[in-house]
Design a protein around this ligand. Sequence first.
Ligand SMILES: [Zn+2]
Length: 165
Amino acid sequence: MEEEITNRCEWCEADEIRSKRLCGVCYRLSRQLIQVQGWDLMEEALPTFLNWFRRPNFDDYSRLKDASVKAIEGLINNRKYLGISMRNEELSGIDLEHLIRNVFSRIRGADKKKIEAEYFHTADFFDRRFSLEQKVDLYRFLKRVFYSIPMPSLTVLIIEAYYEF
Ligand SMILES: [Zn+2]
């Protein structure tokens, strides 16, 4: 069977392919995940994107590795989820609700708990008021908004994950 030729990212459906069928952001995340998973915990071999943690009294590399894997996988799953929703022809209010929360969470300084509370159960609102076609249009628009917001700093996400362990 011939493979369908697409110029969309296999994970997140972004329009630009960088390498291995992934967009620039997803490709970089995939490389970082491989790097950190293969890291032997030796300081000399610290992946370059973790250079921030190279400091005198820092020695819990095992925890740093787990936190990094968790943070990167979280970002990857988020992007894959967006891709799945974009391909889903049964797009529903819950997809819009998730995307809106993602958009606001990604705006720097946004209070995640407040966002959760404000947009909780907006899925019903979308399902009641909009047709499928309208929801798809709205979703595509919001997705473009989402991708125009800069990525959260991976370092910040790793630090958060580090202190959760
Ligand atoms: Zn992508």
